[in-house]
Design a protein around this ligand. Structure first.
Ligand code: FAD
Length: 392
C-alpha cells in the first residue's frame, strides 16, 4: 500500500521520516517531542488553519484533516498534541468566516507565534465544555479560576491555555466561562502526572488553577451551563474530524506494517509467504472493510463542514459519529495488524507495539466511547442533550 498523497503537503517526506525516527525515542523516554515541535513551528504547520490575510496558510478543516492524518501516520503523538493548537486556530478562523470576528485576536496571536492548548479535561466530568468542576468567580476586570485541569497536551510549550469553568454565583442560572490563560499568569501550577499507556510524547500534564486571574480580553464566552453556541459547536467541528483523521493515520500505518509483515513472514506449511494464508487475507480484509468506511465517513463530515453544509442541531451527531467510527476502525485495524504480524509485534522495538498503545487512547477523547452513543442516540431520537434527568 502506498501512502496517500495530499495537496499542498506542509511537511516534506524527509521531515516526516525524521519524526518517525524520533517517535520511538520520545515514547520510550516519555518526553515531549521538542525537536518535532521546532520543525512544526519553522515549517508553518502551526499556522495552517490561520487565514492567509492574517499570515497563515488558509487551510480549511478538510485540508487540515489530511495534513494531520499524514503526520499521524509517522508520529501519532506529535499530531495529536499539535492538534490542540491547530483546532483553536480553526475554530477562530471559521467563526470569523461565518461573520463572528470575536476570536480574531487569537488568530493574530497565533500568527505571532503564541501556542494554544486545551484545558478542558477534568476529573469527574464526562461532559466537557457544557459543565465544569472548576470554578470561575467574577473579579474586577476579569475572572478568577480555580480547579484542576488534566490531560493538558503541549504542557511544555503552550503560551495560552484555553479552558472553561463554571460560575455559580447565581445558583439558579450557572454559566460556563470560556477563557484563554496566558502562561505568565500567576495563581496556577503544573503537576507532571503524564506517564501513560500511549500518546506519551504529548506530555499532557495537569494544570492546577488556584485563583488564577484572567482579564476580560481573554474571556471568550460566558454561556448558560449545558448550552452551546457557534463557539462550542466549532470546537466540536474542529476537534472530532481532526481526532478521527489522526486515528485514521495510525490505521494507515498499521495497514502498511501488516502488509509488509504478511509478505515477509513464512511458514513451513506454506510454499509462499503468509500473504497466501486465508486467515491472514481475512484479517487484512476486515481491516480494509472497517478503515475504508470510516475514512470515507470522516472525510465526508470534514468536507461538509468546510463547505458550509447546514445540518442544524444534527451537527454534533454527525461530528461525534465520524470521530467514533474512525477511532473504532483504527482500533480494529491495529488489532488485526498485530494478529497478522504475530508475536514479533509485541516486542518493545516494534512500531506496532507503540501503535497498539497509541490507538487505545482514541476512545478517551471527547466525546469518549461511552458518551458518543448517548449524544448520537439522543440527537437521532430528538432528545435534547441538556434535558434533566439525564437518563430515565
Ligand atoms: C492522549 C490524550 C491527550 C489528551 N489531551 C487533552 C488536551 O490537551 N486537553 C484536554 O482538555 N483534554 C485532553 N484529553 C483528555 C480528555 O478530554 C479526557 O479528559 C481524558 O481522556 C480523561 O477523561 P476521563 O473522563 O475518561 O477520565 P477519568 O478516568 O474519569 O479521570 C482520569 C483521572 O482522574 C481520576 N478521577 C476520575 N474521577 C475522579 C473523581 N470523581 N474525583 C477525583 N479523581 C477522579 C482518575 O483516577 C484518573 O487519575 C486527552 C486525552 C488523551 C487520551
Amino acid at each position: 500500500m502506498t501512502a496517500p498523497t495530499i495537496d499542498r503537503p506542509v511537511l516534506t517526506d524527509a521531515t516526516l521520516d525524521e519524526f518517525a525516527r524520533r517517535a520511538p525515542v520520545y515514547d520510550r523516554e516519555n518526553r515531549f517531542f521538542s525537536d518535532d515541535f521546532e520543525e512544526l513551528r519553522k515549517s508553518g504547520y502551526l499556522k495552517m488553519a490561520i487565514p492567509k490575510e492574517l499570515g497563515g496558510l488558509g487551510m480549511n478543516l478538510s485540508e487540515v484533516c489530511e495534513q494531520q492524518r499524514r503526520l499521524a501516520r509517522r508520529s501519532p503523538a506529535t499530531a495529536l498534541a499539535t492538534n490542540m493548537h491547530i483546532y483553536w486556530t480553526g475554530v477562530a478562523a471559521d467563526m470569523r468566516r461565518m461573520g463572528d470576528p470575536s476570536l480574531e485576536w487569537l488568530l493574530k496571536e497565533a500568527a505571532d507565534g503564541e501556542v494554544f492548548a486545551a484545558g478542558h479535561g477534568e476529573r469527574g466530568n464526562d461532559f466537557p465544555l457544557f459543565l465544569s468542576t472548576a470554578s470561575a468567580q467574577r473579579a474586577d476586570g476579569g475572572y478568577r479560576f480555580t480547579g484542576r485541569k488534566m490531560f493538558g497536551s503541549l504542557t511544555p510549550v503552550w503560551t495560552r491555555l484555553g479552558l472553561h469553568a463554571m460560575d455559580t454565583s447565581d445558583p439558579d442560572q450557572p454559566t460556563i466561562v470560556h477563557a484563554f490563560m496566558p502562561r505568565d499568569t500567576s495563581g496556577y501550577t503544573i503537576e507532571e502526572t503524564w506517564d501513560t499507556l500511549g500518546m506519551r510524547a504529548t506530555r499532557s500534564d495537569d494544570t492546577i488553577l488556584d485563583g488564577a486571574f484572567i482579564p476580560d480580553r481573554y474571556i471568550a464566552r460566558v454561556l448558560p451551563a449545558g448550552t452551546a453556541d457557534l463557539f462550542v459547536l466549532a470546537i466540536f467541528a474542529w476537534a472530532e474530524p481532526t481526532f478521527g483523521s489522526i486515528y485514521m493515520g495510525i490505521a494507515d500505518r498499521a495497514r502498511e506494517l501488516a502488509v509488509a509483515e504478511a509478505q515477509k513472514k513464512t511458514s513451513l506449511a506454506l510454499s509462499r509467504s503468509m500473504a497466501y494464508h486465508p486467515g491472514i487475507q481475512n484479517a487484512m480484509a476486515e481491516m480494509v472493510f472497517a478503515t475504508e468506511a470510516a475514512s470515507a465517513h470522516v472525510r465526508k463530515v470534514a468536507s461538509d463542514w468546510s463547505a458550509g453544509v447546514d445540518y442544524g442541531h444534527d451537527w454534533p451527531m454527525h461530528l461525534v459519529a465520524a470521530k467514533h467510527n474512525a477511532v473504532e476502525a483504527a482500533k480494529l485495524a491495529v488489532d488485526r495488524a498485530m494478529s497478522i504480524s504475530g508475536g514479533g509485534g509485541m516486542f518493545k522495538g516494534s512500531e506496532l507495539e507503540r501503535l497498539y498503545r497509541d490507538v487505545r487512547c482514541g476512545g478517551f477523547h471527547p466525546a469518549n466511547s461511552i458518551l458518543a452513543p448517548e449524544i448520537v442516540g439522543k440527537i437521532a431520537l430528538g432528545v435534547d442533550l441538556g434535558e434533566q434527568p439525564r437518563w430515565g
